[in-house]
Ligand binder design. Structure first.
Ligand code: AMO
Length: 438
């Protein structure tokens, strides 16, 4: 007999035989009768065992350690006493894997253990329904994003994650020994997605890990994150990129609401789907708003973490939305971004923007400098060695269209979408300054 899901058994007739399996969540032993609660991914079903039927086996079964995996074959009996509306009268119960005692982490405890303990025992932590639901919703979001890119004729790409040069500044590069040569873990697919514009792909996207040796621990940074990047050719300005970004967010969040409303309900989350066009606020206006709100700076004024939060609340209160673009970033604040196009009429400004979601940066992007001479000039101004970028630069010499794109932190997207306190909650096995295992 083939094993079926706990929820499939709901459809069976009263008295039908079936085979179910899962983790033994709880045993309630009343002496002559015992109730086993068994959990699979889809729900919790109840097995009723009677001492008078099982004899000595009864004691054995009621003593199976919690969280052991068991397989039960038996008869479905309808009842209004259980969540799924049935219980199983077993013909056989097999222990597939007996759990050791004690459990390092409770699976059904109401109160969460401390975060370190949970992540040290992540496989057990993830047995909790609400934790797994996060990853089911993450998957729906990914599907929604891929659906959008397919509709918009983007080609999904995979670019190298071991590279000879970084794209986002030297400070956060992870060095690796590459057969005796220095190499780095990719911080972003930036250089490759641009080279593919030179290759005539016109529209590409990638969803893949990116690595940053961040030297601080925050609730929104990890050393390894999943970066969603797209790049598109023949744009007139960064407006085209913002427009695509807005529609991508609108489509993917709409997809989640359409396909997973029951899971959102489980987590008690309501999602705002932004309406295109998303509000744009130039960087200098953001600073004015922050000043009006009473913010002061010790150093060069910028939209820092606190400023982002303040602006997020301001936009929510005044425009009733959780989304807005900060546009026209000053060139001096995007200094590391050698590939950013400056504004023709105002070179102290770039065409760069961030998309803010619930008071936190989700996306950054803009129009790229596609003119070889201007690009190499910008790189020299920053003191970069052009030889390290030989292959990248070559792709600008033989016909490079205007282009632009974005990078979006997928883990942050999940964090903000589901109101998770810490970005790590939406990552299966996070990597940060202190965590390399599991
Ligand atoms: P940037 O460095 O701003 O831009 O990164 C883009 C987005 O990636 C996410 N992100 C992170 N998420 C978690 N942990 C981190 N350490 C981390 N660092 C970044 C953020 C951020 O908005 N090449 C450009 C993108 C482009 O212009 O196309 C880039 O990487 O959500």
């Amino acid at each position: 007999m083939k094993r079926i899901r706990s929820t499939d058994a709901v459809e069976l007739e009263n008295g039908d035989h079936c085979k179910l399996a899962g983790w033994l969540q709880e045993v309630r032993n009343l002496g002559g009768i015992a109730f086993l609660k068994v959990r699979d991914r889809y729900g919790v079903f109840q097995v009723v065992v009677l001492k008078k039927e099982l004899g000595d086996d009864f004691d054995h079964i009621v003593n199976i350690p919690r969280e052991s995996v068991i397989t039960v074959e038996g008869k479905k009996q309808e009842t209004d006493q259980t969540e799924l509306g049935y219980e199983i009268l077993p013909i056989s119960i097999r222990i597939d894997s007996e759990a050791h005692k004690p459990l390092p982490l409770g699976v059904v405890d109401k109160v969460d253990a401390e975060m370190g303990t949970r992540f040290d025992n992540r496989f057990l932590d993830l047995r909790k329904e609400e934790k797994r639901t996060i990853f089911e919703l993450r998957e729906t979001l990914l599907r929604g994003l891929r659906d959008f890119f397919a509709k918009e004729n983007f080609i999904e790409i995979n670019t190298p994650k071991i590279a000879a040069a970084g794209a986002e500044g030297g400070a956060t590069l992870f060095k690796v020994d590459y057969y005796g040569r220095d190499a780095y873990l990719a911080q972003s697919p930036q250089l490759y997605k641009q080279m593919l514009m030179g290759a005539g792909f016109e529209r590409v996207y990638e969803i893949a890990p990116a690595y940053r040796a961040e030297d601080f621990d925050t609730i929104r940074h990890t050393s390894e994150f999943v970066s969603l990047d797209f790049e598109m050719s023949f744009i007139d300005s960064s407006e085209d990129v913002m427009d695509m970004t807005g529609r991508m967010v609108e489509h993917s969040l709409g997809y989640v609401v359409e396909h997973s409303s029951n899971m959102l309900e489980k987590l008690g989350v309501e999602i705002e789907i932004p309406k295109d066009p998303i509000k744009r606020i130039p960087h200098h206006e953001c600073l004015e708003i922050l000043e009006d709100l009473g913010k002061t700076w010790d150093e060069e004024p910028d939209v820092d973490t606190e400023g982002e939060k303040m602006l997020g609340l301001y936009v929510k209160e005044n425009f009733d939305t959780e989304f807005f673009f900060i546009t026209d970033f000053p060139s001096k604040l995007k200094q590391n971004t050698f590939y950013a196009m400056r504004k023709d009429d105002e070179p102290s400004l770039t065409t760069y923007f961030d998309l803010e979601y619930k008071g936190q940066e989700l996306v950054s992007g803009g129009q790229r400098e596609h003119r070889y001479e201007v690009l190499t000039g910008q790189m020299k101004d920053l003191g970069l060695e052009l030889e390290s970028f030989e292959h990248y630069l070559k792709s600008f010499k033989y016909g490079m269209p205007t282009h632009g794109g974005i990078g979006l932190g997928l883990d942050r997207f999940v964090q903000q979408m589901l109101d998770l306190e810490n970005i790590r909650e939406g990552i299966l096995f996070p990597r940060d300054t202190s965590r390399l295992e599991p």
